[in-house]
Design a protein around this ligand. Sequence first.
Ligand SMILES: CC(C)(COP(=O)(O)OP(=O)(O)OC[C@H]1O[C@@H](n2cnc3c(N)ncnc32)[C@H](O)[C@@H]1OP(=O)(O)O)[C@@H](O)C(=O)NCCC(=O)NCCS
Length: 394
Amino acid sequence: MTIRRISSEERLTASFPLLGYAFEHSPGTADRVEELRGYLPYNEGNVTLAAEENGTAVAVASAIPMRQNIRGAVVPMAGIAGVATHPLARRQGHVRRVLTRLLGEMRDEGFVATALYPFRPSFYERFGYVGFPMPRTVTVAPADLASFLRLDLPGEITWQRIKDGYDSYRAFTQRFLAERHGFAVFPDFRAARQRDRNEEWLITAVVDGETVAAVPYRISGHAQDLVAGDLLATDPVARALVLQFFARHVDQVERITMTVAADENPELWGTDLAAHTEAKIHFPGSSAPMARILSMPALTGIDAGPGRLTVEVVDDPFIAGSYLLDGESGRLEVTPTDSPATATLTAAGISALVYGVLDPVEVVLRGFGAIPDAAAATLRSLFPRRTPNLFAAF
Ligand SMILES: CC(C)(COP(=O)(O)OP(=O)(O)OC[C@H]1O[C@@H](n2cnc3c(N)ncnc32)[C@H](O)[C@@H]1OP(=O)(O)O)[C@@H](O)C(=O)NCCC(=O)NCCS
């Protein structure tokens, strides 16, 4: 078995057929080569590795060169996608080897973190990934948004096809990238797919000439659903402008659904607002994202609370070693060291603390490290809990 990086054109014969079998209905009837050729530009800058036996790809995995905000710093992040093994070649360790190689290559190219949507978290936990909170899907009847109709709000809504509003939407997501912990965006070549498919409407809320909210959506049919994507709004007024617009669909649709971050509370948006807020996890169909750190020294500069200690990261091919973590300046400084460590962490353990998804006590409970009480207090201060919202879905 050999592993190699495949070219863009080779995706047509090496990776797309394995991915088609793994993720689509099959066997397909039509000759899809031309259709698949149309996907190539959106994969152009990805790194795709294939494990080959006798010149035939039996397992593939790709990394999308993305960017992510980690506690205020925007870093290169490898979004892992398109992981599949031929049905006759499964359970032979192919993906374990391909993924280990891929993560190593991405780390060597300067990627500080990696994220993915797991088919089963336990599989990726062994690669050092830790779970993020699941975004919520909110479903409301438009009549329950009636109170927003009476609000006198500043600003205005622009309404257009996503193709026409794409540039301003993309710029708005870049603003969230700069400001929101955990937020990640695609590279241009991949993000453009949303523009080119042009399957959504886009509303944008603008106050004093500045975009403050944007939501893509579609309508499934008369008396059916208005299905919105992520509700991205900079503040409550921006959110109210969007909800006011949606409320005007009371005689058109039965339900409005939208995606919100895990720390949003739709029940507090208004009085008598009957909202169904759901985070449904099931495998392999609907999973919360996972992420991990690929470089410790590159975390220098992220926001940190006061504290200073040495941790040892163990059992990991990418970040094993001892590091002095110092947050006294308000920004983290990470220095490799030979000094004795006061806490031992797996890659999932340090990733959980950096992303703010687990308390040190939970890190120990989950089997991600050994942390004495004093070190737990320092780590809790260095890495206060945060709620990362990945946003990009891949
Ligand atoms: C999931 C899939 C990619 C695994 O590929 P594979 O080549 O069979 O995986 P490997 O043989 O390298 O398995 C690596 C390890 O994970 C374990 N593993 C494999 N499938 C697993 C599963 N469904 N649940 C938990 N662990 C699993 C293996 O036992 C192995 O452990 P080991 O190294 O201790 O022996 C493959 O089954 C597949 O293509 N599935 C359909 C598509 C899919 O779900 N892709 C993943 C999208 S995120």
